[in-house]
Design a protein around this ligand. Structure first.
Ligand code: G6P
Ligand code: MN
Length: 441
């Protein structure tokens, strides 16, 4: 197998060590010649990179080159594949996205509701610039994006780069959910085959089979109703917030037993209850700063000072392995099935053609080959079209610098709906996002 060169954009992320461990675990699936980290924050990246150098020396000695840089030409020249995981404004702005809506009794979340809109308006310009930069060094590298809010980012990129057929948006939530299904069934997650439809962070599994074609959908539903639902991937299994989120699957399934819900639907189905239980000075961003970030940074410090990983618990995770395997399927034409974001073009026949939908697709050298979904029932179509209109209006607001489109977007969002509330939240978001958002008029 031909060895590949990979760049991770956002090398300083708290997820990077997990990706590195996943690259090691999957080195036979995707053998690398060169691994490069790129970040605009040199200091944040250096800590992760110096620890990575030790990890790679111990566990990936055959890797020829590992480098980290803030120089675009060094990062993007000769690359076969790029993983994009940037966070414009950092966790500091994530915290604001979560806190501002809560002031008005509205869900405060990274990708759902007003927080998602705020983050989207920050991500779009950086993502557009980044893709232009990457493309100025390489025409044919695969770009796998999982920068959030992925739905809004995907819509914006589709408008800015309509001809780019090597740009794929992908989210790990479906596979993290499937990992829990697999563990409930006593099966290997990579042996499960999903049928799924929706928008990113807004979708439903309609069927789960194994590779022999045995249908486990009803068994999974019964188990969730009778035994509850828990995260099982190492990365999130012991996380209190993720445990609560996964537990909500049972409630959603009892209310709407037809399909198996994505965890993120909780914010749209029970917005009042979700907003009420949040504590403004301990939202998810704060928990990540004090939890995952501290843990990862402590691990790095220890690895760097001892120049060894001894005694440090490092594991691959389903998120990282998913990205690595998906990239391999694209580059080596493996035709495996992954849930990804693609332009609808009739896949879901009663949803607009130009929607960016999240569906299973075979990943081949020529790109994703999505499977037809057909018509979705009225409830799901209504939910999706409402959310889709919201997403499109956010991207319109960005490109047209339109205050009114932003207000329309927030008004449509199921977590808001009241125009007066939407105005108050929007005005606060504008104030806090000065320098990140375009000026709206
Ligand atoms: C899942 C989602 C990602 C999201 C992440 C947040 O993995 O698919 O889109 O960024 O959760 O997790 P955190 O632990 O940072 O709240
Ligand atoms: Mn996601």
């Amino acid at each position: 197998m031909e060895k590949k060169n990979l760049v991770i954009v956002g090398g300083g992320s708290t997820y990077t060590l997990g990706i590195v461990m996943s690259l090691i675990a999957e080195k036979e699936t995707l053998p690398l010649n060169k691994l490069v980290f790129y970040d605009t924050d040199a200091e944040r990246q250096e800590k992760i990179a110096k620890a990575t150098a030790v990890i790679l020396k111990e566990r990936y000695p055959e890797l020829e080159t590992f480098e980290y840089t803030t120089d675009k030409s060094k990062a993007f020249t000769d690359m076969d594949v790029a993983f994009l995981q940037i966070r414009t404004g950092g966790l500091k702005m994530r915290e604001k996205d979560e806190q501002i809506p809560l002031k008005y009794g509205v869900v405060g979340q990274e990708t759902c509701g007003p927080g998602g809109m705020a983050y989207g308006m920050r991500s779009i310009p950086d993502m557009i610039e980044l893709i232009h930069d990457i493309r100025s060094y390489t025409d044919d590298a695969w770009i796998l994006n999982y920068t959030n809010p992925a739905a809004i980012v995907a819509e914006a990129l589709q408008r800015e780069f309509p001809e780019d057929d090597r740009l794929l948006n992908i989210c790990d939530m479906p596979i993290a959910i499937m990992k829990s299904y697999a563990d409930m069934l006593g099966k290997d997650v990579w042996d499960l085959v999903p049928e799924y439809f929706g928008l990113n962070h807004f979708g439903w599994f309609t069927k789960i089979e194994d590779k022999d074609g045995t249908d486990y959908t009803e068994v999974i539903k019964e188990k969730i109703i009778n035994e509850g639902f828990v995260p099982t991937d190492e990365e999130i299994a012991n996380d209190e917030s993720w445990k609560k989120t996964f537990a909500q699957a049972r409630k959603m399934l009892m209310d709407f037993p037809e399909f198996l819900p994505n965890t993120y639907l909780q914010y749209y189905l029970y917005p009042e209850a979700l907003a009420a239980k949040e504590v403004p000075d301990n939202t998810r961003a704060r928990q990540v700063i004090n939890g995952r970030q501290r843990r990862v940074h402590d691990q790095c410090d220890h690895i760097i000072s001892t120049q060894s990983t001894e005694g440090i618990e490092l594991t691959d995770d389903v998120h990282g392995v998913y990205m690595v395997k998906a990239a391999a399927s694209l580059m080596y034409h493996m035709n495996e099935i992954y849930i990804v974001m693609v332009k609808n073009n009739g896949i879901i026949s009663n949803i607009p053609h130009d929607a960016m939908v999240e569906v299973p697709a075979m990943l081949a050298r020529s790109g994703p080959r999505p499977f037809s979904v057909g018509e979705v029932p009225t409830f799901y179509k209504g939910m999706m079209e409402n959310q889709l209109a919201y997403e499109k209006l956010v991207v319109d607001a960005y490109f047209e610098k339109s205050y009114n489109k932003a207000l329309q977007a927030l008004t449509l969002n199921r977590t808001v709906t009241d125009v007066e509330k939407a105005k108050l939240i929007l005005d606060d978001l504008i104030e806090e996002n000065k320098g990140y958002w375009p000026e709206l008029h």
